[in-house]
Design a protein around this ligand. Sequence first.
Ligand SMILES: [Zn+2]
Length: 106
Amino acid sequence: MLASGDELLTCTFCPFRAACIQLVKPAQSSFDGVAGGRLWISGRVYAEAPGVDPDELEESKLRAVCGTDTGWRQHRSYGEEPCPSCRSAMGLFNEARKFTTAAQAA
Ligand SMILES: [Zn+2]
């Protein structure tokens, strides 16, 4: 048995369970471990702390990792200025695309 759920008693009175789930996004990230008063295995709840509220399970949409061209696009779609890591990644992506386009034209 992986866990009995007794490990989650610490989470019973934690005021950050919903924030914890928002940060980890266990369902969307197929998380294994303890987050938000639950033990998760492959993004599914395996055990719960006593008294948890199902409303805590609401997760905002998982976003791309910064430092990627997808991260750059998501910054733009959320109306944000892309961070330096994403700007750098998009610059490299555009350079690589120019290189590939030039190679295909030759
Ligand atoms: Zn970013």
